[in-house]
Ligand binder design. Structure first.
Ligand code: IVH
Length: 682
């Protein structure tokens, strides 16, 4: 083993320099939210340091940015006694209660409330953390526990990238020798959704909400597990401080924390005078809540001046100088009345929870998707159960869990029906598949309705005026069995339907006539072949040039098309082998559907032929699916996960773990400007 004496001075100096640079770029990225260099350049610095440390293990220091993971799993967490207790906040659930808080402060300080300055902050929905820095180095991380004694989660905290391992500044000079930072560890919404997808795919129980996911991830005995979870942290205060002066205002302390390299929420406002202004902040944050990348369950008002805080003091376990003004809850308890079965266009069976209506976050919820049979089993959901309903921002409501203690004794486990509730055909679930399907095909009215709705939809045949209710009537009254029957409808038949006047019937006939002139990609998409979305439809059209060639293609020929894998190829092949599908197509063509000739594009001639691209994060100029479509149209293969074969990762804002993966593998990362450059090659 080499010792530090063996390390050449220039190597040691380079390692120090690399660490400083990496720390600096972490600060730009996590604290200022303003990275200075592209991710790929950051990654080069990181890998250079890793290589040096590998060559000279004696170079490794505990606070090296390379040392975030690696600790061994623990048997149990140690105990940590908080020198300064970690208190909680009193809550206000209405404007009136917040005003009351202001009046109490004003009375005790003997000044009008309008003269009190507050700092207003988001109330992050995660779990409290205490971070102890000694001589600027992260020495210990602890949970709140009961406020007096918490758990030592140092190894786990070290894996959270937004938590600096070393503070900026000189201990004893501009940095206290001992500084305990308090903050909230949370899981961003996108990371939470992705984690739950992974949990489901692995057959494990999804987390009920981002708070539980954050807590469950931080309290892992194996730091490697924590490292794989998308956790982040915002600081909101300090605890113990030794040998160092802090400013005399809370807002200035937060500013100081930022300078030292700790992330503080950019939503924090200072100099907010009086409670009315605090209430305005509450309203603004409530509106902003769905757009925030993380969950908040309210806002916090804190008297800014520390001398005033001191005067106000504490009641039992909460300060009198602060209050959490909560938003309406995102979670509620209600009863599961029934589990209904919905049949989708492709026969997919989705169980849906029918709930006793309940208000969640200001919206009445009476149903929630249950994904599939396995999800019901994982949650052990039974009709009659009291369930936790969770709704975050604009996300569809979910059943997050069951209150087992309130389960009625007669409640029975859910059994997936064997027959389709709509057409009575067998429900089949192939081995290894999560989704069960009705085997009735277009015989099943539910599938027929969905197939016709899809056929008529804007991005398919774009038949204006053929809405959902109308399709249901047409199928229920046996006027339409398949999409081709639409073109045989008459004004008289239509005018006889509910909510149809002569004029609207005439308009619909005109819209049907107009829809006959279409494009091959639209027509292909409209057929509703499983796995064939708009993009694949376009690619197929451009590759084969006409419908007959696609119909005739065997699985191998189909797989030679860019972006068509075995599953898609099989689905297309099978579709065109069903006599009733061919009949419908013949009827449609006989009705006069036509499209302009398509020029066949040779895939190898496309500018991005052979390139493998992964998209992550939010793009400003276009949706991810549009970007995907445009890249594919230029011949690129757009995949969902980063590997050594990936040529570029395109990262928008709030990129996920794909970016980290790209950095690890040394894959080139492009920003949105880089994407635009690629697209201009077309
Ligand atoms: S200050 C003495 N500020 O809410 C005051 N807490 O019930 C200590 N929280 O355990 C807390 N965001 O985990 C404060 N901006 C914020 C916060 C915040 C979330 C959590 C914290 C604490 C709980 C208080």
């Amino acid at each position: 083993m080499r010792t530090s004496a063996d390390i050449p001075a220039d190597i040691a100096a380079r390692a120090r320099q690399l660490r400083e640079q990496i720390d600096y770029h972490n600060y730009r990225y996590y604290v200022l939210d303003d990275p200075e260099i592209p991710d790929a350049a950051y990654d080069r610095l990181f890998r250079e340091l890793q290589a040096l440390e590998e060559q000279y293990p004696a170079l490794v220091t505990a606070d090296s940015p390379t040392q975030r993971v690696g600790a061994k799993p623990l048997k149990a967490f140690g105990e940590v006694r908080h020198e300064v207790p970690m208190l909680s906040l009193s809550n206000a659930f209405s404007d009136e209660e917040a005003l009351e808080f202001g009046r109490r402060c004003a009375e005790r300080l003997a000044i009008p409330v309008e003269q009190i300055e507050f700092t207003t902050e988001p109330k992050l929905d995660g779990l409290a953390i205490s971070l102890l820095y000694e001589d600027g180095r992260l020495a210990r991380g602890a949970t709140r526990g009961d406020g007096y004694v918490g758990e030592d989660v140092t190894q786990n905290v070290r894996t959270i990238r937004s938590i600096p391992l070393r503070l900026r500044g000189e201990p004893g000079k501009d940095l206290p020798r001992v500084l305990e930072v308090r903050g909230e560890v949370y899981m961003p919404k996108a990371g939470f959704e992705a984690l739950n997808e992974r949990q489901r795919a692995a057959g494990e129980k999804p987390f009920a909400n981002p708070r539980n996911a954050a807590a469950g991830s931080l309290r892992q005995l194996d730091p490697q597990v924590t490292a794989s979870r998308p956790l982040a942290m915002y600081a909101y205060g300090v605890g113990q401080v030794e040998a160092g002066e802090l400013p005399d205002r809370h807002s200035a302390i937060l500013a100081r924390l930022r300078q030292w390299g700790l992330p503080v929420s950019p939503e924090v406002r200072d100099g907010v005078r009086g409670i009315e202004a605090c209430l305005a902040y509450h309203r603004a944050m409530k509106d902003k809540r769905p757009q925030l990348p993380y969950e908040i369950d309210g806002v916090v008002y804190k008297v800014d001046r520390l001398d005033q805080q001191e005067k106000l003091g504490f009641v039992s376990r909460a300060p009198r100088w602060a209050i959490a003004h909560k938003f309406p809850a995102q979670e509620a308890l209600t009863r599961l009345l029934a589990i209904d079965i919905q049949v989708g266009r492709t026969g997919a069976i989705t169980p849906v929870a029918r709930l006793e209506p309940v208000e969640v976050g200001g919206v009445t919820v009476s149903s929630a998707t249950l994904h599939n049979e396995d999800e019901i089993r994982r949650l052990d959901l039974r009709v009659g159960d009291t369930v936790i309903v969770y709704r975050a921002g604009d996300v569809i409501p979910k059943v997050a869990g069951v209150v087992l203690s309130r389960r009625p004794p007669e409640a029975k486990p859910f059994e997936m029906p064997k027959k389709c509730p709509v057409c009575g055909s067998d429900i089949v679930r192939l081995e290894g598949h999560a989704i069960a399907r009705c085997s009735g095909g277009l015989y099943c009215p539910a599938q027929r309705k969905e197939a016709i709705k899809h056929f008529a939809s804007r991005r398919a045949m774009d038949i204006e005026g053929l809405g959902e209710k109308l399709v249901e009537q047409l199928v229920d009254r046996d006027l339409v069995h398949d999409p081709a029957d639409l073109y045989a409808l008459t004004v008289e038949q239509l005018a006889g339907l509910e909510r149809m006047a002569q004029k609207s019937a005439e308009n619909l006939i005109a819209a049907l006539e107009k829809s006959k002139s279409t494009t091959l990609p639209r027509f292909l998409f409209a057929l509703g072949i499983r796995e064939v979305g708009e993009t694949t439809a376009s690619i197929l059209a451009e590759h084969f040039g006409d419908l007959k060639a696609i119909e005739a293609a065997d699985v191998e020929t189909l797989q030679a098309v860019p972006d068509v894998g075995p599953v898609v190829a099989n689905s297309i092949y099978t579709f065109f082998r069903q006599p009733h599908n061919l009949e419908v197509i013949d009827k449609l063509l006989a009705a006069g559907i036509r499209w302009p000739k398509v020029a066949v594009k040779k895939p190898e001639a496309l500018p991005l032929a052979g390139k493998v691209i992964v998209l992550t994060g939010t793009l400003q100029g276009m949706s991810r699916s549009e970007a995907k479509q445009r890249l594919q149209a230029l011949g690129a293969k757009v995949t969902g996960s980063v590997s050594k074969k990936t040529d570029w990762v395109i990262a928008g804002t709030d990129p996920g773990s794909k970016l980290t993966k790209a950095q690890e593998l040394g894959v080139e990362v492009l920003d949105e400007a880089g994407l635009m450059e690629l697209l201009q090659q077309g």
